[in-house]
Design a protein around this ligand. Structure first.
Ligand SMILES: Nc1ncnc2c1ncn2[C@@H]1O[C@H](COP(=O)(O)OP(=O)(O)O)[C@@H](O)[C@H]1O
Ligand SMILES: [Mg+2]
Length: 408
């Protein structure tokens, strides 16, 4: 082996060690390891699979790249094809033709190309932990034996750290998909041309999960939320809600969907200034299909004693909590929150987060929340990063923090 190759290998090993030394939570160790390997191998995407020893299935716990693989799982010892280059071991994919990783932008054909993918096992002290899979070199070239050596060395270091921190993944029972986006695109006319604001979003939102959407200003977060919430139409692609197609809904369908299914929270509280806190909530309860009592909704956000106050007699945080009560009173399946804490100071922001936490953890409501605050993302079950209208990465938090533990 040429000495420059050796250099590249030891530099890569050093890089991941250095990274892992600075990390103190398991979630950071997982995403940090994966991202470092993807960067060193200049690749398009990567998946860290965890082996559930009880069921023998591999689940993605951490993923970077444009396709959503969250719902996929692979039986580790059945199926058809795929070879771990470093060991010659077979990784079996149940149905490559229907596996979303082998469609669209990751692979342009349905062919299984092992030279554009590396799979290396993660081995802990007591046997296999999982698998790191790296997909597609950015320059389109094929992976080399050196790349395989690098990823194996890095995986060995990562496995040691992960092992030390104790990887326990609750893969649980199958999660139910509530909302599905498939190749969703949104174009806006811009000057002379067209601006492609969403460029093929593939995403599933599950029952009772807390999803946080991160991304720089202008990357398409609000546009995506508005499409999910039926407030904006999509240019192409499909939106399905519990199996029903809402890609091109009638006004009637939209009204019913927004009224019965969804609650919204925005950065602006949008309360009626001439109605009290309670009346602001009651007003929505009256048009909902299966509302809870307005008094109960206010109590849930900790404002039972402010029912008679007008918005001008409430702080910003309290007004935001009234707007959450207004979303809750509809008893919705899903709450969409677009930067609900952006206008609030830390203490009020944290109060709002506590309410949102209670909604997800104790009431079983799904919450999708946009924020540009990466600290808040630590509370989520799943963190979706958008970049320029595409999904850049999806990460599971194995140990979401509570609102009390968040500081910014
Ligand atoms: N109604 C619209 N007409 C034209 N362009 C729009 C419209 N809404 C949003 N955009 C553009 O789409 C891009 C994404 O906007 P948005 O989804 O609001 O971003 P984010 O919420 O991530 O900050 C921006 O460049 C914005 O200017
Ligand atoms: Mg926005």
């Amino acid at each position: 082996m040429a000495s420059e190759n050796k250099d590249r290998i030891s530099q890569a090993t050093y890089k991941i060690m250095e990274k892992l030394l600075l990390i103190d939570t398991l979630d950071e160790a997982l995403s940090g390891s994966l991202q470092t390997i993807i960067d060193v191998l200049d690749s398009e995407a990567g998946i860290l699979w965890f082996l559930d020893k009880k069921t023998g299935r591999l689940f993605p716990v951490c993923h970077s790249g444009p396709e959503d693989v969250s719902g996929v799982s692979i039986q580790a010892d059945s199926g058809i094809e795929g070879v771990v280059i470093s060991t010659g071991e077979t990784v079996r994919i149940e149905n490559a033709a229907e596996d979303p990783r082998f469609e669209g932008t990751v692979f342009d054909s349905q062919t299984f190309k092992t030279k554009t993918m590396i799979c290396v096992p993660l081995s802990g002290a007591e046997g296999p932990i999982g698998l790191i899979q790296i997909i597609n070199k950015k320059d389109g070239s094929l992976y080399t034996e050196e790349d395989v050596t690098i990823s194996s060395r890095m995986a060995a270091v990562a496995a040691m750290t992960i092992d030390e921190k104790g990887l326990i993944v609750d893969t649980g029972e199958e999660k139910k998909v509530l909302i599905s986006l498939r190749d969703v695109r949104k174009d806006y006319p811009s000057g002379e041309g067209i601006s492609h604001v969403l460029q093929g979003i593939n995403l599933d939102i599950y029952e009772n999960e807390f999803v946080v959407v991160l991304g720089e200003s202008g990357c398409g977060k609000s546009t995506m939320m508005n499409i999910i919430g039926g407030m904006d139409n999509l240019t192409s692609g499909t939106l399905t809600i519990e199996g029903k197609d809402y890609s091109d809904p009638t006004d009637q369908e939209l009204t019913v969907f927004r009224r019965e299914y969804l609650g919204f929270i925005f950065q602006a509280y949008n309360l009626m200034p001439n109605l009290t806190a309670l009346e602001n909530v009651q007003f929505i309860a009256e048009i909902a299909k299966d509302p809870i009592k307005a008094e109960d909704a206010l109590a849930k956000v900790g404002l039972a004693d402010k029912a008679g106050n007008y918005p001008s007699q409430l702080s910003g945080g309290q007004q935001q909590r009234v707007s959450i009560a207004r979303a809750l009173v509809k008893n919705p399946r899903v709450i969409l929150a677009d930067e609900p804490t952006a206008a609030l100071d830390f203490v009020s922001g944290q109060e709002v987060l506590k309410v949102i936490e209670d909604i997800v953890r104790n009431q079983g409501t799904t919450v999708v929340m946009v924020t540009h605050n990466a600290e808040i993302a630590k509370m989520a079950n799943r963190v979706i990063k958008l970049r320029s209208g595409k999904i850049a990465s999806i990460k599971w938090n194995l140990n979401p923090l509570t609102a009390d533990e968040i500081v910014w």
